[in-house]
Design a protein around this ligand. Structure first.
Ligand code: HEC
Ligand code: HEC
Length: 394
């Protein structure tokens, strides 16, 4: 949440200083607000809430829990779209808030498979792992779920009392909360708010959200074959070292998650186009882990949580600031970050410098892959798409 507050502060400072913003133009606003798809959503009143997963899913999709009744969690994490923000297409890189104006500085990550990130913890003295958000500042899904309601550039509720009051407006919720969390659950706003976060976390942790039914999963079980290109991509994913971070091995009975949830600086450039829109200064540096209020350690500069690569082909734009629009650019970046004169296929211009040069991971950046080999890696990454999102593959 701290980064949002900071971003929001920077945005308002910018507006005060310049006295104008790109959002003053209402025509322009229209181009950003594309309604989140709420296909197949049953009205809350008609739900038969038999467990906390159903309750959590209803809350996740309920726009009445935002100040202007315009945003739900699902607006920025669309259930119909691998739980990323499909309102913004692949052009902006951050999400619009409940007022239709506020724009953050980070890309909404997918909520599918987010429950597999372990609780934030240190590994030895200097390395970190797990947690939620690009910088792990929420340790668990329950902590995370409390943030967006009160965040002043997301759902924009002034306090938890109003969130709880909105829940109590719907009798089905009141009955369900009492049934699952006890008759006294509404005695304090804090208890009811905690229950809200728990129900959402239960839904996010349910098998309905993380289905492990991609072509890759079926291939692992011997149910389908890979094409030659996919098989080549799989072996290049290993020989290029991608798998050392985005692990492709199952762990116990958990299939491969394509992340070890550790923190690294792969050298992502600033997203200058986004900064022009959200008013965050082009000189501001998002240092990831070391930007957290509770970290003051240059060893953590530029480190961001490694995302899972499941559903990656349908969750553009990429990285913490959404600066990469295509998988081709992403893979080409790993291949040529350190090659003088190499061109970003998204912009046809040379790569911009990394936002943070210190602590950059050195074993990527000059992988010497051919164009065909890059395409094979992309073909392999496409096999990581959950069955219900395969229709979104291009
Ligand atoms: C206005 C858009 C927006 C809304 C509404 C929103 N989120 Fe997010 N969400 C984001 C962004 C942006 C991030 C990344 C922020 C960061 O890392 O600094 C994020 C991060 C997350 C993460 C972390 C995932 C990971 O892999 O680290 C989870 C889980 C999540 N949101 C769940 C929710 C829930 C639950 C709600 C509703 C209570 C919600 N979000 C509402 C935009 C939104
Ligand atoms: C040192 C560990 C490491 C290695 C090696 C690595 N990655 Fe990553 N990857 C990361 C981290 C960390 C991020 C997030 C960076 C950020 O947002 O600043 C990331 C982001 C990505 C993304 C964007 C994910 C998203 O949801 O936005 C893709 C795609 C990706 N990596 C693919 C690959 C491929 C393909 C390779 C091999 C060529 C590879 N990675 C090698 C750590 C690694």
């Amino acid at each position: 949440m701290y980064n949002f507050i900071l971003t929001s502060f920077l945005v308002s400072t910018f507006l005060v200083l310049t006295g104008c913003s790109s959002y003053d133009d209402s025509d322009q606003k229209e181009t950003f607000v594309i309604k989140a798809s709420d296909k197949n959503q049953i009205p809350v009143e008609e739900l038969n809430i038999t467990d906390t997963v159903i309750l959590g899913k209803a809350l996740f999709q309920d726009k009445d829990l935002s100040f202007s009744h315009s945003l739900s969690c699902s607006s920025c994490h669309s259930i119909d779209h691998a739980m990323v923000d499909d309102r913004v297409g692949s052009n902006i890189g951050a999400s619009l808030g409940d007022d239709g104006n506020s724009l953050g500085d980070r890309n909404a990550p997918m909520v599918t498979y987010a429950s597999y990130s372990p609780t934030f913890s240190s590994v030895g003295n200097t390395a970190f792992r797990g947690g939620q958000f690009w910088d792990g500042r929420a340790s668990t899904l329950i902590d995370q779920a409390k943030g967006p309601f009160l965040n002043d550039i997301e759902m924009q509720m002034p306090d938890i009392a109003l969130v709880v009051a909105r829940i109590m407006e719907k009798e089905v919720y009141v009955l369900a909360f009492k049934k699952f969390y006890g008759d006294t659950i509404f005695d304090t706003d804090e208890d009811a708010f905690e229950a809200l976060a728990k129900a959402i976390a239960d839904y996010e942790s349910s098998p309905e959200v993380s289905t492990f039914d991609s072509k890759f999963d079926k291939y692992q079980k011997g149910e389908v074959n890979f094409t030659d290109q996919e098989r080549l991509g799989e072996s290049l994913f290993e020989s290029s070292g991608c798998f050392t971070c985005h692990t492709n091995r199952s762990f116990g009975n958990v299939p491969a998650l394509f992340s070890s949830y550790s923190y690294h600086n792969i050298g992502v450039p600033k997203n200058n186009a986004l900064r022009l829109l959200n008013g965050v200064s082009s000189t501001y540096i998002d240092k990831g882990l070391s930007n957290r209020d509770d970290f003051n350690d240059t060893a953590q500069d530029g480190l961001f949580k490694m995302p899972s690569l499941r559903n990656i082909a349908v969750t553009a734009p990429y990285t913490h600031n959404g600066g990469f629009k295509t998988l081709k650019a992403m893979v080409h970046f790993y291949n040529t970050r350190d090659v003088a004169g190499a061109i970003n296929p998204d912009t046809n211009l040379p790569w911009e410098p990394s936002e943070v040069m210190t602590n950059r991971f050195k074993r990527v950046g000059n992988l010497k892959l051919t164009d065909e080999e890059e395409d094979a890696i992309i073909a392999f990454l496409k096999t990581l798409t959950d069955e219900r999102y395969e229709v979104l593959l291009k």
